[in-house]
Design a protein around this ligand. Sequence first.
Ligand SMILES: Nc1ncnc2c1ncn2[C@@H]1O[C@H](COP(=O)(O)OS(=O)(=O)O)[C@@H](OP(=O)(O)O)[C@H]1O
Ligand SMILES: Nc1ncnc2c1ncn2[C@@H]1O[C@H](COP(=O)(O)OP(=O)(O)O)[C@@H](O)[C@H]1O
Length: 506
Amino acid sequence: MTDGVPDTLRDLPAWTPGPVELADLELILAGAYRPLTGFLGSFDAAMVIAGGRLADGTPWPVPVTLSVPKELTEHGRIVLQDPEGVPVALLDVTEAWQDPTGRGWRLAGPLEALRAPAHGAFHALRRRPDELDPVGGPLPAEAPEGGRPPAPPANRLAVATREPLHRKQLGQLRQVAERLGAEVLVLPLLGGEHDDSLVRALLGVRRELPDGARIVPVPLPEREGVEPERDLLLRARVAAAYGATHLLADAEVDGAAVPIVVPEPWAYDADVEVWRPVARIEPDHVQAELTAERLGELLDAGEPVPDWFTPPAVAAELAIARPPKVRRGITVFFTGLSGSGKSTVARGLADALVERGGRTVTLLDGDVVRTMLSSGLTFSRADRDLNIRRIGFVAAEITRHGGTAICAPIAPYAATRAEVRRMVSAVGDFILVHVATPLEECERRDRKGLYAKARAGLIPEFTGISDPYEEPDDADLVLDTSKMAPDEAVGLVLDLLVDGGWVRSA
Ligand SMILES: Nc1ncnc2c1ncn2[C@@H]1O[C@H](COP(=O)(O)OS(=O)(=O)O)[C@@H](OP(=O)(O)O)[C@H]1O
Ligand SMILES: Nc1ncnc2c1ncn2[C@@H]1O[C@H](COP(=O)(O)OP(=O)(O)O)[C@@H](O)[C@H]1O
């Protein structure tokens, strides 16, 4: 491995895989996907999807593939790079194939590591499987006074989790580890929006884990469309590569790479105020679980998460990952025809929120965006989509940081609006307001004289006249401004925000 890009690679085409593929690449190169040494070819992928096995019969739960644009399928070698353009691996292409369902192109072939991938927060905790001691670790150098050295643990119990561990799971983990005589390896699975919170929540309960427990973050994002059983099988594979002899999980699954251990049910004993196996609690002392729904309600309302349920360090991280609604970032996204009233209502809403105080507001109005962020873009479908994606990107950043983004573009395409909803919802909340003023009314208003020009054929591709507008079927609020005054329209959006808990009632 060298610092610069070797001369021999400089002329090769480079490709930046998607986030899940980059995580796969890292795990393949680290040996955490053993026995996989590269992305799957068509036969292996088909066998995995159909029967959970590679073509040679090795059990493998999910298709680990690399998708590329068609142009890249003509090359024999490709440099795979991270999103900053730093080369990570060299792919020797042995097969370019087309996915039978989506028709997208895939590449397979051996990989050569060029440089260790750059890790962000908590990089100091990362370990490749070969950087962990084998089960049991090195023997203690000296025996404790007057006794024999304790036997090293015979087993390694892994927990591979995308969720923090609460008091129940911590108790179950201690119980199972003790029963197995196992050391504990916690693998926080990275790839979500709150990776840092997850790792901090696990570090925060270190003292509640059995002695010597290790925490090693592993990039294993949730994969779209993969059933929970297959995800569990993949977690077991990775745990096995990290030397685990057992994996703690909520459910059993056949064919796992290491035995899955499902702990016996535990509950909170309200009489003696401890968590313990249900079998050891008087039935009328069993406290009802805090459901995920109730936990969500507490966090949304900014109420404390009870100490009996989770340690304070975890509760603090839960509140960071899901802040109270009054402090949570939100995007209010107006969509509608030109002249429908988007800017008027959006401006009125921004003013009303500023007057109330308590929220920072950024208005991303359609016309204004087009003179700054999207200057130079046309009104072709591709440029409109790019414009909306840019607005969505900025809105998501504002939302991530707890702000209020108010957007007011036409945004005529449902798929692009859905993309923005996804981007924003991953980091906060998203409200879609359809300003559904009829075209006749927008045209009658014709504030800028654009409809007249469009009718005269002077503006090609004018939304509603010579270009499509796809009506939303997922709007959180629909406003027809031909039937109400601007103040009333603003009032309706404000009511929605107050009722939903994002804005305090005046
Ligand atoms: N061909 C065509 N179609 C639609 N609109 C046009 C067009 N050409 C210029 N304009 C003016 O541009 C404003 C719409 O820009 P947006 O960025 O909101 O459009 S889009 O979301 O990218 O489709 C829109 O402003 P609003 O009236 O505020 O919606 C129009 O004034
Ligand atoms: N209830 C209402 N809400 C919003 N705008 C209204 C309403 N009633 C009349 N209008 C008028 O309609 C026009 C809408 O223009 P604008 O807000 O720029 O629309 P857009 O941003 O959708 O192009 C303004 O002249 C506004 O005064």
